[in-house]
Design a protein around this ligand. Structure first.
Ligand code: FES
Ligand code: FES
Length: 161
């Protein structure tokens, strides 16, 4: 039996009819076409499906869509503004923190949630914030450096990339 849920996704209202067992990840990807949010393990282990739900990073594969009813969701598609990449997106590119890129949307959203709450995190706090996001390619160092570049102001809003 489907139930109608309402979400605000990247600032836009969406109404979707969902079965009770569908996850937020499935609804984002399959119903709303927002495939930037990745399906990795589907078990809460890899963080590839991270989105920001009412200001907090969550594994969207572990959230039932009906639980998210009435919530505000930010996905990677909602980060760029007026055609300009978010500083974290630019930093990941400029610092070489992206290889295959499969982890990147979730990693960037975890980093955004961190910087929104703690704009000047220590390296340890950065590593803690992304500890739920697995990356098989980069070794994490360049990812940490990219986040540090935004926290320090080296890479700021409004660049040309
Ligand atoms: S797909 Fe959700 S944590 Fe891996
Ligand atoms: S860049 Fe490939 S998994 Fe992170």
């Amino acid at each position: 039996m489907k139930r109608i849920i309402q979400l605000t996704v990247n600032g836009e209202r969406a109404e979707v009819a969902v079965e009770p067992n569908r996850t937020l990840l499935q609804v984002l990807r399959e119903d709303l076409g927002l495939t930037g949010t990745k399906h990795g393990c589907g078990l809460g282990d890899c963080g590839a499906c991270t989105v920001i739900l009412d200001g907090r990073p969550v594994n969207s594969c572990l959230v039932l869509a009906v639980q998210a009813n009435g919530s505000d969701v930010l996905t990677i598609e909602g980060l760029a503004e007026n055609g300009k990449l978010h500083p974290l997106q630019r930093a990941f590119v400029e610092k070489g923190a992206i290889q295959c890129g499969f982890c990147s949307p979730g990693m960037i959203l975890s980093a955004k949630a961190l910087l929104d709450e703690n704009p000047k995190p220590t390296e340890k706090e950065i590593r803690m914030a992304i500890s739920g996001n697995l990356c098989r390619c980069t070794g994490y160092q360049k990812i940490v450096e990219a986040i540090q570049a935004v926290a320090s102001g080296e890479i700021m809003q409004g660049g040309d990339s």
